[in-house]
Unconditional design. Structure first.
Length: 434
């Protein structure tokens, strides 16, 4: 009390505070805690819903239950080791995290124009494959949350075709750390492209099946049409990007607006819809899959024509020294490389040791690089103090920004529509709680 007046301290509020506030107001309000364990909240996302009957009058998103400290950990690792951390942020689109991070490092190093064309084409190939994979998961999990388990099994089935290709190329199904500063860890071989081209007809057939199951399904349309409405003005105010923004009719896509990795040389269309709702975002994701397949075909043709070209920058002070190969015992350094550093050249051994353990130095400065991920603008602000590890690496993850729209999408709708609204955002909490 100050001079007879009450002093209030505003805070973020939690369950006890919200319940106490409702009791003090004396109004008959129902406050529902949805999550963080709820199966329909896209991971460990917590939603606090205030209800008037079945209608949501207020929705608050609570994050932080999956906090990994990845950005802070990157400050204690070399620049190259940072790719192993950031690939685990949004784990459904790992190569986008890696590519954005490496583009920022390459800006700091001043080697953007020195990246081999084949490396950029490989980056485009794997990014577009993961755009397809991410959209498939968005459709699959969204269908599952509405009770359409067949959609889930179909989506995961088609995604598996992409993961098989990525495992053949990188040695891991997810979290690859494949894109490295200066290029990529290793080449895509002709047999890898052969296997991918063998899968593409079945992938196209599966995507068509998904379209037939979803787009004219009266039950699905009844749950998604005019649900989760968000206007262009709201998107601009909240910094929302990706399919949500394009569902308002704005053709904003960094691959066209601010091209990187040579996207300006590929033919594809930016998909938009005038719907502003969850159904429109479904259509956009399906149509973007077809556009990604167009880009994949072009990238495969370019990689066929450039077989044998370098996939890493020529500067040996930056290029990762390991020469990877796939042998009978799995993936590792090639025997020729091991023979050189262990038995033929002391200089090569010293260089290998210092570059792997200490890393290369990056000139002081800061840089921002962004890519168009499946969920929107994924940006990286990298800061160097001239050392061998980042002074700061901060990610603008689209799930974090887009999740701000959860309240606007949910309030005024029914409880059941909250599930649809969050599914149309397609947040991945690994990118939010980094």
């Amino acid at each position: 009390m100050v001079d007879g007046e009450a002093v209030f301290t505003a805070g973020g509020g939690d369950w006890d505070d919200i319940a106490r506030e409702a009791a003090n107001l004396g109004a008959e309000r129902i406050v529902v805690n949805m999550g963080p364990q709820h199966p329909s909240t896209h991971g460990v996302l917590r939603l606090v819903l205030e209800l008037d009957g079945e209608t949501v009058t207020e929705a608050r998103a609570g994050i932080g239950f999956l906090h990994t400290g990845i950005e802070k950990n990157m400050e204690y690792r070399t620049w190259v080791q940072g790719t192993t951390f950031c690939t685990r942020m949004d784990y459904l689109m790992p190569v986008f995290n890696e590519t954005a991070y490496c583009l920022a490092i390459e800006k700091l190093l001043g080697i953007t124009d020195q990246i081999p064309q084949r490396a950029s084409d490989i980056r485009v190939l794997v990014m577009e494959l993961y755009r397809i994979a991410s959209h498939l998961i968005a459709l699959a999990t969204g269908g599952m949350e509405l009770g359409a388990t067949t959609i889930m099994t179909m989506g995961f089935r088609e995604r598996e075709r992409i993961l098989r290709f990525m495992e053949a190329v990188t040695g891991t199904r997810m979290n690859h750390a494949y894109v490295r500063p200066g290029g990529v860890a290793q080449d895509v071989l002709p047999e890898h492209l052969d296997a991918l081209e063998d899968e593409l007809p079945d992938l196209r057939r599966g995507i068509r099946e998904l379209e037939l199951m979803l787009l004219e399904n009266p039950i699905y349309k009844g749950r998604t049409v005019d649900v989760g409405y968000l206007s262009l003005a709201s998107c601009m105010a909240l910094g929302v990007t990706g399919p949500i923004l394009r569902s308002t009719g704005l053709p904003h896509d960094l691959r066209k607006v601010d091209p990187y990795c040579g996207y300006e040389t590929y033919e594809f269309d930016v998909i938009t819809r005038p719907d502003h709702d969850a159904y429109g975002r479904t259509v956009i994701r399906l149509d973007e899959i077809w556009q990604s397949l167009r880009i994949v075909d072009q990238a495969i043709a370019r990689l066929r024509a450039s077989q044998g070209a370098p996939v890493m920058v020529a500067d040996r002070k930056i290029a990762w020294p390991a020469q990877l190969s796939i042998g009978a015992d799995g993936q590792g350094n090639s025997l020729d490389h091991i023979r050189e550093i262990m038995g033929e050249s002391m200089e090569s051994l010293i260089h290998h040791f210092k570059l792997v353990t200490e890393g290369f130095r990056v000139p002081p400065g800061q840089a921002y690089a962004a890519v168009e991920s499946p969920k929107g603008e994924l940006g990286v602000h990298a800061v160097s103090d001239g050392g061998t590890r980042p002074y700061r690496a901060h990610f603008r993850d689209p799930s974090f920004n887009n999740l701000q729209a959860a309240s606007a999408l949910s309030e005024g709708g029914l409880v059941a529509d909250v599930i649809v609204a969050v599914a149309s955002i397609d947040p991945v909490m690994g990118g939010v709680d980094r």
